[in-house]
Ligand binder design. Structure first.
Ligand SMILES: Cc1cc2nc3c(=O)[nH]c(=O)nc-3n(C[C@H](O)[C@H](O)[C@H](O)COP(=O)(O)OP(=O)(O)OC[C@H]3O[C@@H](n4cnc5c(N)ncnc54)[C@H](O)[C@@H]3O)c2cc1C
Length: 400
């Protein structure tokens, strides 16, 4: 029996592990290594600072379902891999493999500008979201100007937009909106670019939201420095700020960058073909954020990246599982789907309102590209959260 070791067990890695077992039955021994025993529905972290969700509402222990489906779960931190010896080294021992799947997600590059780590909040981790919640409690007692945005090189602009609109709603609920000057800062060429070169009506819709909610916006600009009470932009603009939340760029995790034999890109991502197989190491695969994705556009003024969202992370996990089985069975033809040709499926929460974003391809050219606003409530985002937690808890990895 061949052994597949998967490092990282979230959207991409958990899907790959469960699909390998579901489709391959006992063809593979599957070992999933993750430093966290929890599956966390990261998209709902944007609600934690506003007390709409607690971490326990959006997470569960993943070892039980994995073990029930025949996956061996190891709670450990993978430190390095030697791809010649086919050995993953962790803080809990070494694991030999026939196939390796890298599904480790991102590391946050806080040092993109001075002061980002010290003075700006980040909502993309449970700790960060809880610290932000605490900071908002303090802010409420003494409100003032607020800066929210994404730094240069960031790719996850959508989550920052969601936080912005949720913050605006929260300020009104707290009866302090009039005391707050709200600023949005983004490297994007235009509002609603989202790192995917926009969607029909995205720019005008977002401009409309900014006007309606009285939010000042600054596009095509980076962060020069963050101080306790100021954000200095790369064009020299100085914004006073009593509360700052920024989305910094993502890079590859230490496990990847500390493993020279993985032949990763300078940013720590895994270079793969449209079959998600390493371009030079035939028994190494990548799924989710760990995949190196080439930008299909050139930012006009300030660099920014493309988002690597949940749907393609899940899809690439499925493709990797299918292809590992095909290779093991001696098949020549592998399944291929370029990252940019995976459908774009996303729901942007705008503070108890939402915009449903759907396209047949993530990147242009697209034949279907829709942005459907729902100003009545954020039903779809809530449904998506409930559905995703339901299917993942039960290990229904084959569902979309
Ligand atoms: C605030 C926020 C909001 C978002 N909102 C949305 C949204 O609305 N819709 C959407 O589609 N996407 C959203 N995303 C993106 C979505 O969360 C990602 O696409 C998805 O999490 C990527 O899955 P992944 O499995 O590649 O990586 P991750 O989910 O980051 O998982 C990586 C896993 O690897 C493990 N790991 C890392 N290094 C090691 C190591 N050395 N050893 C062992 N384990 C390791 C980690 O513990 C983790 O479990 C959002 C992201 C953020 C930050």
């Amino acid at each position: 029996m061949k052994t597949t070791v998967i490092v990282g067990g979230s959207f991409a890695g958990m899907t790959a592990a469960l699909e390998l077992k579901r489709k391959g039955k006992n063809e593979h021994r599957v070992i999933l290594i993750d430093k966290s025993p929890l599956f966390l529905f990261i998209p709902s972290l944007i609600w934690v600072p506003f007390k709409r969700r607690d971490i326990k509402d959006i997470s569960f222990r993943k070892d039980t379902i994995l073990q029930r489906k025949g996956v061996e779960f190891v709670q450990a931190e993978a430190l390095t891999v030697d791809t010649q010896k086919q050995l993953v080294v962790t803080d809990k021992g070494e694991f030999a493999y026939d196939h390796l799947v890298v599904a480790t997600g991102p590391k946050v590059k806080y040092d993109i500008a001075p002061g980002v780590e010290e003075f700006a909040h980040y909502i993309g981790t449970p700790n960060g979201a809880m610290k932000t919640r605490k900071a908002l409690e303090e802010f409420k007692k003494n409100p003032g100007p607020v800066v929210i945005g994404a730094t240069q090189n960031a790719g996850c602009m959508g989550a920052a937009y969601e936080f912005l609109f949720n913050m605006e709603k929260w300020l009104r609920e707290q009866n302090i909106r009039k005391k707050v000057d709200l600023h949005w800062v983004t490297p994007e060429d235009y509002l609603g670019h989202f790192g995917i070169d926009g969607m029909p009506l995205a720019e005008s819709m977002l401009k409309g939201f900014m006007k309606m909610f009285n939010i000042h916006f600054h596009t095509q600009v980076g962060i020069g420095e963050v101080k306790e009470d100021q954000v200095i932009l790369t064009d020299g603009t100085v914004l006073e700020s009593r509360f700052t939340m920024l989305m910094p760029p993502f890079i590859g995790v230490d496990f990847v960058t500390h493993s020279p034999s993985l032949l990763a890109t300078p940013n720590g991502y895994i270079p793969v073909g449209d079959d998600y197989r390493h371009r030079e190491l035939p028994n190494v695969w990548a799924a989710g954020i760990a995949v190196d994705v080439k930008l299909p556009f050139t930012p006009a003024k300030v660099p920014f990246a493309s988002p690597k969202t949940g749907y393609p992370s899940d899809e690439t996990g499925k493709i990797v599982a299918e292809n590992i089985l095909r290779v093991s069975r001696g098949e020549q033809k592998l399944k291929e789907k370029a990252w940019g040709k995976i459908p774009g499926v996303c729901i942007m929460d705008c503070g108890k309102k939402e915009v449903i974003i759907f396209s047949n391809h993530l990147f242009k050219p697209r034949t279907i590209a829709l942005m459907i606003p729902n100003v009545l409530y954020d039903f779809s985002k809530i449904l998506l959260e409930k559905y995703f937690l339901w299917k993942t808890r039960r290990g229904f990895s084959y569902l979309p």
